[in-house]
Design a protein around this ligand. Structure first.
Ligand code: DUC
Ligand code: ZN
Ligand code: ZN
Length: 487
């Protein structure tokens, strides 16, 4: 009898710190040995000449979710996680999305049922809180965090989703008590609303004006406000989808003065610009996401922020809407930009785009690629005991890269259910042709072999990333501690 279930043989194994020649032996879904001459296994995967990385961890993606406009994502958990797997990702963190008036505990049950039925890869779930009632804060949130949802997402914009500043403070304080990480979509709601109205009144309705309606300063302003609130409560925040140079500078300044703020960006802000929205007719709708893609100088500033470590993760923010009456054109064939659901697909394209830019074109090191796309998200969201690296005892989640394979993105070749890719026409070098999840080969020579319903839920607490620094203000302002008890 073979001693191992699987050996991945002959590859260059890349982690966030090292690249080494090693075979990887797997037993019962876990990495059991690293080295050479590891003996026999029930299955051997030949990785000679290939790079083996940890399977990607995509810590911000929307799957089977109802959008702010009431339109449902194009993907089910099955199609979304199939596309993720085909792009080298083995763990996702999508959302339990409360809409105002809905009962968060019921919504959580619904998303768990969808994920359990469809997921091909493993998943954790963030909680989206839009309606922080007393019952939610004092009863439901403690239960749900205890049940393994260690992160809470808030929106500072979108009429249907936004919480106001007082509610942000309530949620930060509750997260502090529960040890959960608060993640935020931070843009200044008033600035966007005011711009939208002026643009529409003047007849500027085409998709490209979506980019104009989100002034770049609306991002840095909201970041600064959020960070200031996070300092008051001494509770860390994760800022989602940083898109501007000024936004990145705001985070840099906060981190430089010792504030515990985490941040991510996404491929749409590293590879696309606002010009992509400028297409004939309504086609630009495909590139409408929030915040919108910006300018070339923002792209350079975001790469610099990644290099400095001010941004710790790159996620897809996969939010797929088909380009038809069920999705982008649900308001009719000629929607104004405000009627277009926000978001674009990216679960499958994320890793190949980044591998091409960082590894094949040499923008950063392979170790940086692994850190930004797998190790750091696993650490920040507290699943690193199992995910995000190649080490003995971790789950055997692997992506095996053919570094010479060139792929040109077309709408037809993407596996998700959106029907288009915003990266159409771009050619990348390097592709994850074999993907292993807990020791099972779920993508074999570019073909999906994993099955729906085999993904596992990853319960977690907020962990270290969510812990207060202890340096700031348990009583909100120690310099003015006149004995007021505020917590
Ligand atoms: N904006 C969001 O806030 N969420 C999903 C995608 C998008 O564009
Ligand atoms: Zn968002
Ligand atoms: Zn999002």
């Amino acid at each position: 009898m073979s001693s191992f279930d699987l050996i991945v043989r002959g590859g260059s194994v890349a982690t966030a710190v090292d690249v080494m020649r090693a075979d990887i032996a797997v037993k019962d879904g876990k990495i059991a040995a690293l080295g050479s001459n590891l003996g026999d296994a029930a299955r051997i995967v030949d990785a000679t000449g290939r790079i083996v990385t940890p399977g990607g961890v995509d810590s911000h993606c929307h799957i089977e979710q109802l959008s702010a406009m009431g339109v449902v994502n194009a993907d089910t958990f099955e199609t979304g996680t199939a596309s993720a797997a085909l792009g080298g990702t083995t763990t996702v963190i999508p959302f339990v999305a409360q809409h105002k008036g809905l009962d968060l505990a019921t919504v959580a049950k619904d998303y768990h049922a969808l994920a359990a039925k469809g997921a091909i890869i493993d998943y954790a779930l963030h909680l989206i809180v839009t309606d922080p009632t007393d019952v939610l804060l004092t009863e439901q949130l403690p239960e749900l965090v205890k049940a393994g949802h260690g992160s809470i997402k808030i929106f500072m914009t979108y009429d249907a989703m936004k919480v106001d500043d007082e509610q942000v403070l309530d949620i930060l304080l509750k997260a502090r008590e529960l040890g959960a990480l608060v993640c935020a979509h931070a843009e200044n709601h008033g600035m966007i609303k005011w711009m939208v109205q002026r643009l529409l009144e003047r007849g500027y309705t085409a998709p490209k004006y979506h980019a104009v309606s989100h002034p770049r300063g609306s991002e840095a302003e909201a970041f600064n406000r959020l960070i200031t609130m996070s300092e008051l409560i001494d509770q860390p925040v994760m800022i989602f989808h940083v898109s501007t140079e000024e936004g990145a500078a705001t985070i840099n300044a906060a981190r430089a003065r010792g504030v515990k703020v985490w941040a991510e960006t996404c491929p749409q802000y590293l590879f696309l610009t606002a010009q992509d929205l400028d297409k004939p007719g309504t086609e630009g709708a495909k590139w409408c996401c929030s915040p919108p893609p910006r300018q070339a100088r923002d792209i350079e500033a975001l790469w610099a922020a990644l290099e400095r470590g001010d941004l710790q993760t790159i996620t897809s923010d996969h939010a797929p809407f088909s380009y038809d009456e069920k999705g982008k054109l649900s308001a009719g064939p000629n929607p104004n930009f405000k009627q277009i659901p926000n978001g674009m697909p990216g679960l499958q394209a994320r890793l190949p785009l980044l591998f091409d830019a960082m590894v094949s074109k040499g923008r950063m090191e392979i170790t940086d690629f692994v850190r930004l796309t797998a190790t750091a998200p696993a650490q920040i969201y507290n699943i690193a005991d199992r995910k995000g690296s190649i080490a003995i005892g971790k789950d055997a989640d692997l992506a095996i890269w053919d570094t010479e394979k060139e792929v040109t993105f077309t709408d037809e070749t993407m596996a998700d259910a959106t029907g288009y890719t915003p990266y159409v026409g771009m050619t990348v070098k390097g592709w994850p042709t074999t993907v292993v999840r807990r020791g099972d080969v779920i993508v074999d020579d570019g073909k999906l072999t994993g099955t729906a319903g085999t993904g596992q839920f990853l319960p977690r607490t907020g962990g270290k990333a969510a812990a207060p620094t202890g340096k700031i203000a348990p009583e909100f302002d120690p310099a003015l501690n006149f004995g007021a008890k505020l917590i």
